[in-house]
Write a protein that binds this ligand. Sequence first.
Ligand SMILES: [Zn+2]
Ligand SMILES: [Zn+2]
Length: 504
Amino acid sequence: MIRRMRLLVVLLVLLTATTFARVGGGQSYSGGGYSSSSSSSSYSSGGSYSSGGSYSSSGGYDSSDGEAVGFILEMLIRLIIYYPKVGIPLVIVIIWAFLKYGGNNNRPSSPSNDFKKLQEWSSSNTVRQKQPPDLNSFKTADPNFSTPMFLDFLTSLYSKAYLTAGEEVRPYLSQEAQSSFSYKDVTAVVIGGVTVVRALAREPRDLVEVELESNLSFENGQKLFVVESLILQRHHGVKTREPEIVFSFSCPNCGSPEGVNPDGRCGSCGEKVNDGRFAWVITSRQRKHSTAVPPVVLSSSGEELGTDLPTVKSPNLSAALSQLQNKDPDFSKDAFEKFARETFMALQSAWTNKEWEKARPLETDFLFQQHQYWMDCYKHDGLRNVLEDIEITRIDWARIDLDKFFESVTIRIFARMKDYTIREANNDVLSGNPTQLRSFSEYWTFVRRAGVTSKNREATRCPNCGAPLDKVTHVGECEYCQARITRGDFDWILSRIEQDEAYR
Ligand SMILES: [Zn+2]
Ligand SMILES: [Zn+2]
């Protein structure tokens, strides 16, 4: 019976996993699904392969049949509700497959099956949520709000909270959250994905709930892969401070970097600042899942969803483009597309050659870290995601946002490539197809600081000093000119990749 269940689970994985390898394993801040163990929340409609517990952290399929059945039913119900076009035919296929193959206990195991067994709870292996909550809703009451800046803030806050046992980011942690980060032995935090579960812009308090998937390293050398839920709140009507204050975790009231006492009072202005009256604060952290075994990305099985959908264009695209060209007369669509293409190709190359440090200058801190996480997972398992014959076939313009502190441009890139994953030791193909080109499209969002003007430069040269980007530190500093080039202070930088079926 367990074998039967395994087969069903594998089928589900095959047919529902719309995860792609490519750069970052098809991850995006909202495109990933949920790995939460809870299935009750109406917001966590993403579903997940871990929901029913059948993918236990220690060994995948070795759970009881009862759990597996519950898990499969849950998956199916979610599919039928959120993706009826997939869900209903899937039920038919599963019943058919169960009848036809269910009793066969002599199926040979192949590398591909072994690989699938490694599929675990990772958020990359989930059905995607149809309509992720929209962080842009905070802009109505807070015109300073910028989604890329918020995500960068949130992820570095989370890392710093762990790395300093909360001490260096006290203004942004409630009293309760502060004690929940009081670990003393975390040495590194790499965030693999952020999923926005709720975004409520309303009186009296704004609220954001996210799930973060990350890899924590400890002093004793141990690693832990965790999924945690965070809630952030602030009083409705609070305006986002300038990036210098936000990113340095200074006092959100007076801007002093001096630090805040354990009771949340600023040493400089004396205000209690960690109660949401001045800025977002984390009010709760909850661990949903943890395992010592890294998740594995299934590359390019299943159908590519969404490639045929029309491009989602913001209604004010052409107005925003003229506005941008007014502010920056040298801005040209052609030059921007050329830059985007160079970035795209450089990233695919760094990814497939496992030279991810070459991507450092091309992505914001948040995105780079997220991709690093997946790269580490591949490395850990001795896998390589091979990308070959890469070609960009089309670029559509989707959205331009001119916020107070940041400007962003979103384009939809259509491309095709061979995309498969091998075990490096013996070159076994574990997933994907080495002979077939795969077409797909993704929304790529580039950001820069408001006020920066266009430079005619190659994506592979420093936007500040023009030197080659071969000496960029882990924090994004060009060693030739010492400028920190990964926050968009000098030119466009890639801040998000969203899958077409998740973008709106
Ligand atoms: Zn202060
Ligand atoms: Zn430089």
